[in-house]
Design a protein around this ligand. Structure first.
Ligand code: IMP
Ligand code: MG
Length: 406
C-alpha cells in the first residue's frame, strides 16, 4: 500500500507561515496531526475569505480533515474551547489521552521563572515551559487523568510542587475541562497507525521552528519541545521511517520574537519597513517581531538537521519594491569566516558579523504570471546553498496568492 505521510515545519524561529502552507496543501491529506508545543503557537489562516487564528487545533480541520493533537502537545483546554467557537459545528478531532495539560498556575510559574533568570527567554507566557517541566519531573497531569479516579491525588501532588516553587495554586475547573475535552479524547498512536493501514494521507504540522528547538535551537532562548522531524515519534507515536516529504517553511527574510542571538537582525528604517509591510506582530502576544535578512547559514543548518527536501517560501511580496535585498551568506568572527552554522554558543553567536550579499529587488508575483527574474536568482541562491527545492512561493495570505514551482 502506498504510504504517504509528510511534515510541514518551520525552518527559522517560528512564524514562517506554516498555517498558510498547511492550509494550502491540506486538501491533499485526510489527517493533520500536531505533535509539539501548545497555545504558544499561533497560526493565522485565511480560508475562503475568513481569518482564523489557531493555537492548538490543526488548521486542516477547515477542509474536513481529521485533526489529531498528539501526546507531545501540552494542552490548554480553555484556549481550545475558544478556538472551537470559530468553527461551524464540531470538528473531527482526536486529542491524545497522553497529552499533558497546562494547569492555571503554570502561567504564574512561567512569569516567576522568568523573574529568576538573568537573561529572560521572553516566553509567550502561556505556561509552556512549566508544562513540559512538570511532565519531565513526573508531576504532570495528562488529558486521560481527568477521567481517572486518582485525579485528585495527582492534582494534590502538582499543587505541592507549585507551592514549593513559590507560586500560588490556582484550582483548575475540572468539570468544565472534562466537558470540553470528553468528545475528543482518544489515542494518537493507534489512530495514526490505523489511518496508515487504510492508506490515508497524513500531514504532520509542527509548531515553532528549528531554531527554537529545545535541543538543536539557540538554547536557552528556545521553546521547551522538539520542533521538527525530531519530535514526530515522541510526540505522536508515528515512526519517522514512514515519513515521505519533509517540507520546511521559511520567509524570504527572518523574524524572531523573544530574546536571543539574531545574527542577520536589522534595525532602523529597513527594519521598520519590513515589520510594517509584513505585519510582523506576534499572533499570540501581539509583540513587534524582530526582523532581519534571510540567513542562509542558519537555513542551511535547519535544512540539514531536519532532512528538509522541499521548501515553502513565504512573504516574497513583503520585500517587493526594495531596490536590493540582502542575504546573509556567512558569519565572520575573530577574523575567520564561517558559512556553516553555529558551532557557536549563544555568546559567540551574538558577536558574529554577518556577511551580506545583495540581489536586485523584484516585483511581487501574481498568480497567473511567472516569478520575476530577480526573484528567481534569489531562489536559485537559496536552493544552491541549502540543497532543497523551493516547491511553493507565497506572496500574500490567501490561497490564490501561492505559486507551485515545477
Ligand atoms: P515559550 O514557548 O512560550 O516558552 O517561549 C520560548 C521562546 O519561543 C520565546 O522566544 C518565544 O517568543 C518563542 N516562541 C514560542 N512559540 C512561538 C511561536 O509560535 N512563534 C514564534 N516564537 C515562538
Ligand atoms: Mg506563529
Amino acid at each position: 500500500m502506498l504510504v504517504s505521510a509528510d511534515l510541514v515545519f518551520g525552518l527559522q524561529w517560528g512564524d514562517e507561515g506554516k498555517g498558510k502552507a498547511v492550509d494550502y496543501i491540506s486538501p491533499n491529506y485526510d489527517v493533520i496531526a500536531r505533535f509539539n508545543g501548545g497555545d504558544n503557537a499561533g497560526h493565522t489562516v485565511v480560508h475562503q475569505g475568513q481569518t482564523y487564528k489557531f493555537h492548538q487545533i490543526p488548521s486542516g480541520v477547515l477542509h474536513g480533515c481529521l485533526g489529531i493533537i498528539g501526546s507531545g502537545v501540552v494542552l490548554n483546554p480553555e484556549s481550545l474551547e475558544q478556538e472551537l467557537t470559530q468553527l461551524n459545528g464540531t470538528p473531527k478531532l482526536i486529542i491524545s489521552k497522553r497529552a499533558h495539560l497546562i494547569l492555571p498556575s503554570y502561567k504564574l510559574l512561567d512569569q516567576h521563572l522568568e523573574s529568576l533568570k538573568n537573561g529572560k527567554v521572553g516566553t509567550t507566557g502561556r505556561g509552556i515551559g512549566p508544562a513540559y517541566g512538570f511532565k519531565a519531573l513526573r508531576f504532570g497531569i495528562r488529558v486521560g487523568d481527568l477521567f481517572e479516579e486518582d485525579l485528585l491525588t495527582k492534582l494534590n501532588d502538582a499543587k505541592k510542587l507549585v507551592e514549593n516553587l513559590g507560586v500560588e495554586w490556582q484550582e483548575p475547573d475540572i468539570e468544565h475541562w472534562r466537558s470540553i475535552l470528553e468528545p475528543f479524547v482518544g489515542d494518537d498512536y493507534r489512530t495514526l497507525h490505523e489511518c496508515l493501514l487504510e492508506g490515508k494521507h497524513i500531514l504532520f504540522e509542527a509548531a515553532q521552528g528549528v531554531l527554537l528547538d529545545l535541543d538543536f535551537g539557540t538554547y536557552p532562548f528556545v521553546t521547551s519541545s522538539p520542533t521538527f522531524t525530531d519530535g514526530i515519534h515522541v510526540g505522536s507515536g508515528f515512526n519517522g521511517k514512514d515519513l515521505d516529504d519533509i517540507i520546511g517553511v521559511t520567509k524570504a527574510y527572518t523574524t524572531r520574537v523573544g530574546n536571543g542571538a539574531f545574527p542577520s537582525e536589522l534595525d532602523g528604517e529597513m527594519a521598520d519597513f519590513i515589520r510594517k509591510q509584513g505585519a510582523e506582530f506576534g499572533t499570540t502576544t501581539g509583540r513587534p517581531r524582530r526582523v532581519g535578512w534571510l540567513d542562509l547559514v542558519a537555513l542551511k543548518y535547519a535544512c540539514k538537521i531536519s532532512g528538509c527536501n522541499k521548501i515553502f517560501l513565504t512573504k516574497v511580496d513583503v520585500l517587493s519594491g526594495l531596490s536590493d535585498v540582502g542575504l546573509v551568506t556567512a558569519y565572520e568572527s575573530n577574523g575567520k569566516r564561517y558559512d556553516e552554522w553555529f558551532d557557536f554558543d549563544e555568546t559567540a553567536l551574538k558577536q558574529v558579523r554577518p556577511v551580506v550579499e545583495w540581489v536586485s529587488g523584484w516585483d511581487s508575483p501574481t498568480h497567473d504570471g511567472s516569478p520575476d527574474k530577480n526573484l528567481i536568482s534569489f531562489m536559485d541562491k537559496i536552493e544552491n546553498t541549502v540543497g532543497a527545492k523551493i516547491q511553493w512561493i507565497s506572496f500574500g495570505p490567501g490561497d490564490e496568492e501561492t505559486m507551485r514551482m515545477i
